[in-house]
Design a protein around this ligand. Structure first.
Ligand SMILES: Nc1ncnc2c1ncn2[C@@H]1O[C@H](COP(=O)(O)OP(=O)(O)OP(=O)(O)O)[C@@H](O)[C@H]1O
Ligand SMILES: [Mg+2]
Length: 264
């Protein structure tokens, strides 16, 4: 019998229901070995994010260094970075340790409208993070903030995706979950050559806590297994659909996705 050691995945994001707690479950669901560096501690539940306390940039950098120089990583993702200092610390670490297969979930605002990336950090994020990314996954609101493209239609999503690739991302995935599209939801993927539209039935549910984290960590897990980025995005999108269809109706607000829906 052959047992392949799980790939190492690594992530930088925050604590609780979405964020790191979702990411690590996704990594486990994909059978890869997840590790984390905390960039901020949040106070949140199914109804929203109420407080966020950033970790110092020195501590963020050290967390990355200790993991990367010990175990090593095959892919990684970022989620909430919160401060300009943390944006800079992450960008420095990615370059210093030549970290590969970078999935950037552009966490800017929570579903209940709280800013999770300081407004004064957005310019630095654009300059220092986007050019390092292999896959970037903004929702339409975030894509609008990052590119300045006003997004109302799939055509606008395409323009924003093209802009993100011009800004340095290798593959841009503009997610359509926030755009009213009737019975289906389309995400637009652009790799500098072609547009791919991923269209899925819109699940009629309130239980969508952590959809973005789940999608990006699934892409990261697939990259760590050596999948081509476009294939990784497709596999991750199918996985998220199942996780939403089987979501858990817990809490007073938005319930969580079921990250282990494939495990029966
Ligand atoms: N109701 C739904 N039914 C099916 N797919 C959905 C639904 N809502 C979101 N998705 C999909 O989930 C993925 C995440 O998209 P979404 O736009 O919700 O991200 P997000 O806004 O970053 O999420 P979060 O608020 O968790 O950060 C996308 O692939 C999107 O198409
Ligand atoms: Mg998000």
């Amino acid at each position: 019998m052959i047992h392949r050691a799980p790939d190492h995945c690594w992530l930088l994001t925050t604590v609780v229901g979405a964020g790191i707690q979702a990411d690590l479950k996704v990594f486990s669901a994909f059978g890869v070995y997840g590790m984390s560096a905390i960039t901020a501690i949040t106070v949140q539940n199914s109804s929203g994010v109420y407080q966020s306390i950033p970790v110092s940039s020195e501590t963020v950098y050290s967390q990355i260094e200790t993991v990367v120089t010990d175990i090593g990583i095959d892919a990684f993702k970022t989620g909430m970075l919160q401060t300009e200092d943390n944006v800079l610390a992450v960008s420095e670490a990615v370059k210093k340790f030549k970290m590969k297969n970078f999935v950037c979930d552009t966490v800017i605002k929570s579903k209940n409208g709280r800013y999770l990336l300081d407004k004064n950090a957005v310019k630095t994020f654009i300059k220092k993070i986007i050019p390092l990314t292999d896959v970037i996954t903004p929702n339409t609101d975030e894509a609008q903030v990052l590119t300045g493209v006003h997004i109302k239609t799939v055509q606008d999503m395409k323009r924003a995706a093209k802009e993100l690739v011009k800004m340095g991302a290798k593959v841009a995935v503009v997610k359509g979950g926030h755009l009213p599209q009737g019975d289906s939801i389309t995400d637009v993927v652009y790799d500098g050559r072609e547009y791919i539209l991923l269209t899925y039935p819109a699940v009629k549910t309130e239980n969508t806590h952590g959809t973005g984290c789940t999608f990006s960590s699934a892409i990261t897990a697939c990259l760590s297994k050596g999948l081509h980025p476009l294939k990784a995005v497709r596999v991750a999108r199918a996985y998220v659909q199942g996780a939403i269809e089987n979501a858990l109706n817990i809490g007073k607000g938005r319930g969580s996705l079921n990250h282990f829906w494939t495990v029966r």
